[in-house]
Design a protein around this ligand. Structure first.
Ligand code: SF4
Length: 482
């Protein structure tokens, strides 16, 4: 039997699809790129904006004929379109879909297949292949899908699911539920399994990854009070003085054979000094921070219930740059949020001009069901105006990033090679900059290459590979800043 998983959306969805694929392969299924030949066809969905939701619905309508032609095909829908509470209107609208799975939960599909296919799946041949796999690597608890073993260099690893924040524009807490951290030991074991299958880099994922482990520690652990003030609309709460994410980073950093660790997405209110010091001190943790600001105007931030001001964000960027040498900072911006005036938008433009961040992920505000903004605020910025503001920030971002990347010219950077693209090797620097180089003398997949940059654009760098040095770029940076 063959399976095909189509994935829309974020890194968390990519990780969820990978875990689903791993579970399906345990049942003896094999991946196919051709959805027309799949016995099991799954769509993993995103609804963070209306456009993403429309894309998922049109994909579903597109695969309906496959089901009509062959009713034995098992069709599944997963992710934020379904949500943690299920989606009855969706089930009514798509009665021909066999299985609906909440985000990060492949179990309903596994149960469905075992029930329906139990007989066939349990035949000798499948059992034998399964046993074969077991004997091959009995200690592995998390297996990459077969077609990724030895090829996949960088893998996303969810560490905290859901989000307990309540930004007024965001649908994620409604679809992925409150924050739930995975036990540290389970994550470390999984990363070890990934390294045993050739993985060199992991990205630890969470909606607010800095809050990893707070829910595991429980309220009575707290000895510090977080009180953003009544005006922010965010409830005050006890928070632990120690940042559990630091323990996780330390444990993953110590895994033999792993080269690099990244983590995302951060939130300005939860980036502690302890966390920043750990990023600086742990050699495998990359100097790359993803911390959304969303807007540069304090009134807009208040209406978004982000819980900080633009000055708080400025101070955070200053702290990050002071503590972590050569750090790259990425952020998210929403343009055209309810009530955003031209003057308020220009404060976002000015903030980005001032901070000159490495990456700015841009989005136009899109009302989402159930959110406070959709319920209480008017979506009053016209689409054309959202588009104008989006294009203005896009052009600003391209100019600033191109200027930032010029500083890499003639410098030798360390690149973890992830694969080939149009005949060139492709990989990333510690700052997550995309680098391409040509070299047919060896197989660079999963290797650390020293590349001298000869060309720098806004979105990528190009260079020539150099002889391997004694110490890595990261080690040199740490020695230099010591
Ligand atoms: S922090 Fe805010 S924007 Fe991010 S997932 Fe949570 S509610 Fe959504």
């Amino acid at each position: 039997m063959k399976y095909h998983v189509a994935t829309f959306g974020c890194q968390m969805n990519e990780a969820d699809s990978q875990r689903l694929a791993s579970e399906l392969e345990k049942l003896g299924l094999r991946a196919t790129d051709n959805r027309a030949e799949a016995d099991v066809l799954v769509l993993n969905t995103c609804v963070v904006r209306q456009g993403a939701e429309d894309k998922a619905l049109s994909y579903l309508n597109m695969i309906k004929p496959l089901k009509q032609r062959n009713p034995n095909v098992v069709v599944g829908v997963m992710g934020c379109l379904v949500g943690v509470r299920g989606n009855t209107p969706l089930k009514r609208a798509f009665p021909w879909v066999d299985v609906f799975m909440a985000p990060s939960d492949p179990a309903p599909m596994v149960d469905f297949l075992l029930q329906r296919e139990g007989k066939r799946l349990a035949d000798e041949e499948t059992q034998a292949r399964f046993a074969l796999q077991d004997n091959a690597a009995p200690e592995l608890r998390f297996r990459l899908p077969a077609h990724e073993v030895g090829k996949r260099v960088s893998v996303n690893v969810p560490v905290v699911y859901g989000c307990s924040h309540a930004c007024t524009f965001c649908i994620i807490p409604f679809r992925r539920g409150v924050e739930r951290s995975r036990p540290l030991g389970e994550i470390v074991a999984e990363v070890r399994d990934l390294v045993a299958q050739g993985v060199k880099e992991v990205t630890l994922l969470g909606q607010i990854v800095d809050r990893y482990g707070y829910d595991l520690l429980g309220e009575d652990y707290a000895i510090k009070r977080y009180n953003p003030g009544a005006a922010s609309g965010i409830p005050s709460q006890n928070i632990p003085i120690h940042t559990p994410l630091v323990d996780l980073l330390q444990a993953v950093n110590d895994i033999e054979g792993l080269e690099r660790v990244r983590f995302l997405t951060s939130h300005p209110n939860w980036m502690t000094d302890e966390l920043l010091d750990a990023v600086r001190a742990l050699p495998k943790v990359m100097p790359h921070i993803e911390v959304p600001v969303q807007a540069g105007d304090d009134e807009v931030l208040l209406r978004m219930r982000r819980g900080y001001t633009s000055d708080d964000y400025r101070r955070l960027v200053e702290r990050i740059r002071a503590k972590i040498p050569n750090v790259a900072i990425a952020t998210d911006i929403i343009v055209g949020f309810c009530g955003e005036t031209e003057a308020q938008f220009m404060r976002t433009y000015e903030l980005l001009e001032e901070l000159r961040l490495d990456v700015v992920h841009l989005a136009k505000y899109s009302p989402r069901p159930h959110t406070l903004a959709a319920r209480e605020y008017a979506d009053d910025v016209p689409e054309a105006e959202k588009e104008r503001r989006f294009r203005l920030l896009e052009a600003q971002h391209e100019r600033i990033t191109r200027e930032i990347n010029q500083q890499y010219l003639d410098r030798t950077v360390e690149v973890l090679v992830e694969g080939k693209h149009k005949g060139k090797w492709r990989g990333r620097t510690p700052q997550n900059k995309l680098v391409f180089f040509e070299d047919e003398s060896r197989n660079w997949l999963g290797q650390l290459a020293q590349v001298k940059i000869t060309w720098a654009g806004a979105w990528s760098l190009q260079g020539t590979v150099q002889a391997q040095p004694q110490e890595t770029e990261r080690e040199r940076a740490l020695v230099a800043s010591a």
